[in-house]
Design a protein around this ligand. Structure first.
Ligand SMILES: *Cc1c(COP(=O)(O)O)cnc(C)c1O
Length: 444
């Protein structure tokens, strides 16, 4: 499972962590960078490859975050680096809306093929996940002539004005940033660990949401239902089996566009190309970003041809959307995913995570281990209850960092430790990182 990497795959933290160069950069940053941009780690990156990040002082960290599910193929994958250099050597930009180029068309063809369903599809490219989600909503509204958009509790869809409205969590994403876009309606998610009735099936949870939609909005007013098939920032929440399929079947029967936001869960992260594939759900529209292009900024909206083509000419686009260098990176990254069987690697990461972390469940602060593939999480609680324990999540992440492991937290209650390792991480390095995490959890 361990291909050759440019950087030595090891964990090493020097005694003076964070070192003098990172400390000096932090000072410069204080004087120059807006305070509203937070970083979870106090060190500055100098290099990254495979499963490690090197900082400017020579510390080597095991990367269990992938820059938030982005560098699934690694942060300097040779094929991606080569494709970027080759493309940039020809042109960095022409604007697809002015002088189009092949790379954009190639990415569109690939995504039309890869996304679920054998129907005719079309694709449009953008720069960020939020931009993809915004445009999916624009397309659904234009195609249906309806306005309402249904989203779920714990949802995260971005930080732009419309996507803030679609996102559930106030602090830090929405606080003080209103007014928000209208015609956005929130309904209950299926969250098995926190259901009052733990026996509630996915179908029942879906019916609870559907009843609310029909009674409070009216199905014929709804342009789209937008959902993350495995929720990301909200806490790596996997809905009960049958939830997604019931919601999507209802949407189809009512002429409502079912949009799967696969920005975090897509591209082999869960052990399938897309998280909806686990339940054979075929969305009308899929939004993609993060893992798509080996770290280059690119996002996409792919969906039924009749929906994507319902928008008038010139109605979709953007100066940088589908940048040629980012498109070249995406083609290379998609090849790596296939050739190195990153779906298989994600499933293997799940096996190892369950083996190492499974024994912690029910003891101390660990309420649940959940997730799919390389998108696994520990939900932390006050011992003996389900009361969220965000302090434990914070202290565990800090303890891991000191030992040389970068780990991210998430969740509506801030009490979830999430694993998002690069899918190419070597098994020994992964086991070392998870061992550090397990020790930190035990002493929390
Ligand atoms: C990260 C994320 C977004 C927003 O993507 P950006 O590139 O940060 O704008 C949207 N949806 C989901 C599910 C995400 O995880």
């Amino acid at each position: 499972m361990s291909p050759e990497f440019r950087l030595e795959q090891k964990r090493q933290v020097l005694a003076d962590f964070p070192g003098p160069k990172s400390t000096a950069l932090a000072e410069r940053r204080k004087g120059s960078v807006a305070a509203g941009v937070a970083s979870s780690v106090p060190v500055y990156a100098a290099d990254a490859d495979g499963g490690v990040i090197l900082d400017v002082d020579g510390n080597s960290f095991i990367d269990l975050g992938s820059g938030i599910a982005v560098t699934s193929v690694g942060a300097s994958e040779p094929a991606v680096v080569g494709a970027v250099a080759e493309a940039a050597g020809h042109f960095t930009h022409t604007c697809f809306m002015v002088t189009p180029y092949e790379g954009y068309v190639e990415v569109a063809e690939r995504l039309n093929e890869l996304t679920p369903g054998g129907h005719e599809k079309k694709t449009v490219l953008f720069n960020s996940g939020a931009e993809a989600v915004e445009n999916a909503v624009k397309i659904a509204r234009a195609a249906t002539g309806r306005q309402a958009v249904v989203v779920f509790d714990h949802a995260y869809h971005g930080r732009t004005n419309l996507t803030m409205a679609l996102t559930a969590k106030a602090m830090p994403y929405k606080h003080g940033f209103g007014p928000f876009a209208s015609e956005v309606y929130r309904v209950p998610m299926s969250y098995p660990f926190r259901e009052e009735n733990p026996e509630m099936t996915g179908k029942e949870a879906a019916q609870r949401a559907i009843t609310m939609i029909e009674k409070q909005i009216g199905a014929d007013q709804v342009a789209a239902v937008l959902i993350e098939p495995v929720q990301g920032e909200g806490g790596f929440i996997v809905p009960a089996e049958g939830f997604l399929s019931t919601v999507s079947e209802w949407a189809r029967s009512k002429g409502v566009v079912f949009i799967a936001d696969e920005v975090q869960a897509g591209f082999c992260r869960t052990g399938e190309w897309f998280a909806v594939d686990h339940e054979d759900v075929v969305p009308d529209i899929v939004t993609m970003a993060k893992g798509i292009a080996g770290g280059m900024p690119l996002s996409a909206v792919t969906g039924r041809a009749e929906l994507l083509d319902a928008v008038h000419g010139g109605g979709l686009g953007g100066t940088y959307g589908g940048n040629p260098v980012a498109c070249a990176a995406a083609v290379a990254a998609l090849d790596v995913m296939k050739e190195q069987d990153l779906n298989g690697k994600a499933r293997r990461i799940e096996e190892i995570a369950r083996e190492v972390l499974g024994p912690l469940v029910g003891e101390g602060v660990v309420g649940e281990l959940r997730g799919r593939g390389a998108m696994m999480a520990l939900e932390l609680v006050q011992p003996g209850s389900k009361e969220p324990n965000p302090e434990a999540a914070k202290s565990i992440a800090a303890a891991c960092l000191k030992e040389g492991v970068v780990i991210l937290t998430c969740g509506t209650y801030g009490n979830v430790i999430r694993l998002l390792p690069p899918l190419v991480i070597g098994e020994d390095l992964l086991r070392d990182g998870l061992g550090v995490l397990a020790d930190a959890v035990r002493s929390a």
